[in-house]
Design a protein around this ligand. Structure first.
Ligand code: HXC
Length: 481
């Protein structure tokens, strides 16, 4: 692994299978004559486009060369990008953009701006048809951020790449704020605070290898399934390490990844957005060689409560999996939506509705496992039977109720003495702190031992493999935003 910042040809060579890259439009030049631009014409105009293969599968690619006029987008190089976008869409192949660009070429005025409009429109038309992946590998401004924002995944290189609507100089002029590129829009800002970035790498090579790995989890388009890997890990493997993961004391936290990882093939989980909204964990794994999308509450962080950021993160991931025929596995331990003035005022109702919408709309196989708490609205939204899950499983430690015992008693029996309330809490716990009421009603299909989690989920996924379900015909829904 090298820390070297690579040039655009080195990046593309590394991204694609050896010798597979075919360049298109390398002779294209801009035609601008403003501000002496006629003297700054180079073949390719600072953008490299073409196609090649990743693990033998065709992908289309474009990348910016920052050394040519700051990688800025001209009308001419926008046409090159639009051409590969059209090719990718027509041919049902993923498209990967390697961005390193100061945005619309200022010298061209409206001509370069319209170039971005052409690219954005194609991003939108390709959405849900082919996977679109954006790497940010240098300073990126304006349209060079908005096009990635319209794609499925954004990867950034730490301390080498930034994203912002406009750079620090213009920020100073407009808002009089002092900042540098990194504090304004560095990789960690977008990975942990804004949620714009999905994955951060240490260097160019790491970033490009991560893109290759990500592509390996995905189908080439929405009509195909993701590639199936030979299942070398026993599908009936018992996972006794799971016996001790959920603590007996319901108030103690634990790491939900200690449940996800052991049940994946080779115990390998590819997490997406690991630094953002840590109270929910999303990512890909393989089970019996097939890609699965996991969405799991994280009791280790905010007790797994669902807040605004967690809602956005989960909803978008669920939607992606549904677009691309990737079955969903929800793993649930959630005390509820995060209450409070800040969350309410910032719109937890609007944002929380996104998870409901995404799970309810998804027609891929949907499996749920409740490990412990499944309280209130959060129980419903985390892929409950009635929201449309196909198979719902629970551990014996599951607690399925409108709310926790203490909260319920404080509402129902608030006039009773503390001693009486203690008795009520015990009664409530006996009644609801288990999965059996829900199982009696058929809302939980089976109660399983933790050690059987892998085989139970694999069997459930197998049972649902040929699931065929369509939502009512419509132009499109009106999802909360
Ligand atoms: C033309 C540009 C350029 C641009 C950079 N350059 N951005 N040339 N058009 N958009 C040139 C610089 O003049 C410089 O040329 C060279 O690229 C390197 O830039 P530096 O500023 O020296 O690099 P650095 O210090 O790393 O800063 C990078 C930067 C900054 C943060 C990206 O250049 C910057 O703020 N650029 C403008 C960003 C911006 O506001 N873009 C327009 C966005 S509008 P020389 O000759 O000196 O080497 C847009 C449409 C949006 O994109 C639509 C959204 C909906």
């Amino acid at each position: 692994m090298t820390n070297k910042k690579l040039n655009i040809y080195e990046r593309i060579e590394l991204l694609l299978d050896k010798g597979s890259f075919v360049e298109m439009d390398k002779y294209v030049k801009h035609r601008c004559t403003n501000f002496g631009m006629e003297n700054k014409r180079v073949a390719g105009d600072g953008v490299v486009c073409g196609y090649g293969k990743i693990d033998g599968r065709i992908v289309f690619v474009y990348g910016f060369d920052f050394s040519v006029l700051g990688g800025s987008l001209s009308a001419a190089n926008a046409k090159k990008i639009a051409k590969v976008q059209d090719m990718a869409l027509k041919n049902g192949a993923p498209i990967i953009g390697l961005n390193d660009s100061g945005g619309a070429r200022i010298q061209e005025g409206v001509e370069s701006l319209t170039g971005f409009a052409e690219i954005f429109r194609r991003n939108v038309m390709s959405s849900g048809v082919i996977p679109q992946i954006s790497a940010i590998m240098g300073p990126c401004a304006g349209g060079s951020c908005y096009s990635p924002a319209l794609t499925d995944f954004i990867l950034m290189v730490n301390e080498e790449s930034q994203m912002f609507v406009t750079g620090p100089n213009v920020v100073k002029q407009v808002t009089n704020e002092d900042c540098d590129k990194e504090t304004l829009g560095g990789a960690m800002v977008h990975a942990s605070e804004s949620g714009v970035c999905h994955l951060v790498s240490d260097n160019d090579e790491d970033c490009i290898m991560t893109i290759r790995e990500l592509v390996g989890f995905l189908p080439s388009n929405n009509m195909e399934d993701a590639p199936v890997h030979p299942a070398t890990d026993d599908v009936l493997r018992s996972c006794h390490e799971l016996d001790q993961v959920v603590p007996a004391n319901p108030n103690l936290p634990y790491d939900i990844k200690n449940i996800i990882e052991p049940i994946c093939d080779q115990q390998y989980f590819f997490e997406i957005q690991p630094d953002f909204a840590k109270n929910i964990v999303v990512g890909f794994g393989r089970m019996a060689g097939r890609t699965v999308g996991f969405v799991a509450n994280q009791p280790n962080y905010l007790a797994g409560a669902i807040d605004i950021d967690a809602s956005d993160k989960a909803a978008r991931f669920i939607q992606f999996c549904d677009c691309f025929n990737i079955p969903l596995v929800a793993i649930e331990d959630v005390p509820g939506f995060l209450p409070g003035i800040k969350q309410e005022h910032m719109g937890i109702i609007r944002h929380g509705a996104k998870i409901v919408y995404a799970f309810a709309e998804a027609t891929v196989p949907k499996i749920t496992l409740i490990t412990r708490k499944a309280y209130g609205g959060a129980y419903i939204v985390m892929n409950s039977k009635q929201i449309g899950a196909d198979i719902n499983l629970a551990y014996p430690s599951a607690e399925i109720a409108v709310m926790g015992a203490k909260g319920a008693v404080s509402i129902l029996y608030r006039k009773e003495t503390p001693e009486q309330q203690q008795t009520r809490i015990k009664e409530y716990e006996e009644q609801f702190a288990n999965p059996y009421c829900a199982a009696e009603l058929g809302y939980i299909d089976d109660i399983i031992d933790p050690a059987d989690t892998r085989k139970a989920i694999i069997k459930a996924l197998e049972a649902c493999r040929n699931k065929s379900l369509s939502n009512p015909p419509k132009k499109h829904g009106n999802a909360p935003m």
